[in-house]
Write a protein that binds this ligand. Structure first.
Ligand SMILES: C[S@@+](CC[C@H](N)C(=O)[O-])C[C@H]1O[C@@H](n2cnc3c(N)ncnc32)[C@H](O)[C@@H]1O
Length: 213
């Protein structure tokens, strides 16, 4: 698979996982997982029939029509959670992701892989209310953009404030270090435009961030 982002998502999947790729778009990830026998089973689902039509064609080209069920669904609405234990939600925003996850049946889903396009603080914070905890995170840089990909497992543990803001820092991951530096630059730029009260908030954020560097 060409996309480093999708390859990184796939790296969190284990051979015994039964995966539903929610918002699969053209089903590149699902096809990659099934074609390379990296999963027990995988279904591809999207809210958009046009996207699914392209997915159906892509799956057909790979002779995987009998192996990859396609489900038209708004989030988990039409997904039978008896048949899966792992979710992938990638390329969507945090509010959509959290809305979809409200329908998770906790006794059935053990792992969720998420790549949200925005608001990682609220994602990391609010997902704990659903009983999931961020266990591992990877940052990758592709097409001039940093992508943060997280593996969430069922767990009652909570992240500390620093982790909620900036994730699970992994010093071996150079992209994470670069990402944190970029965040720091963004915050430093913001500060000149803000009022005193907000500046204090931002300075606290900078101090939290600097602990990573
Ligand atoms: C930017 S694409 C990302 C595709 C793929 N997951 C990836 O990471 O490359 C977002 C996809 O999510 C789908 N989507 C958005 N809201 C959804 C929802 N509530 N339920 C299912 N799919 C949704 C869109 O139709 C679109 O195909």
């Amino acid at each position: 698979m060409k996309s480093l982002r999708l390859n990184t998502i796939a790296s969190f999947i284990e051979p015994l996982d039964s995966v539903a790729d929610i918002g699969c778009d053209h089903a590149y990830l699902t096809i990659f997982l099934v074609k390379n026998k990296l999963v027990k089973k995988a279904i591809a689902s999207d809210i958009n029939q046009n996207a699914l039509n392209i997915a159906i064609n892509n799956i057909k080209k790979e002779n995987l029509t009998n192996e990859i069920p396609i489900v038209l669904s708004d989030g988990l609405e039409n997904i039978n959670q008896d048949t899966i234990d792992t979710l992938v939600l990638s390329g969507m925003g945090t509010s959509t992701i959290l809305k979809i996850l409200k329908k998770v049946e906790k006794n059935k889903i053990k792992k969720i892989i998420i790549q949200s396009n925005n608001d990682l603080y609220n994602l990391r914070k609010l997902i704990t209310k659903l009983g999931f905890y961020l266990h591992e995170e990877k940052v990758i840089y592709e097409k001039n953009h940093y992508y943060v990909i997280g593996k969430y497992l069922q767990d009652k543990k909570k992240l500390n404030k620093q982790e909620l803001h900036f994730g699970l820092y992994n010093k071996d991951n150079q992209s994470y270090y670069n990402y944190i530096n970029t965040e720091l630059n963004k915050i430093n730029q913001k500060i000149t435009f803000k009022h005193f009260k907000e500046k204090i908030k931002i300075i606290r954020e900078i101090n939290l961030l600097k602990k990573y560097l």
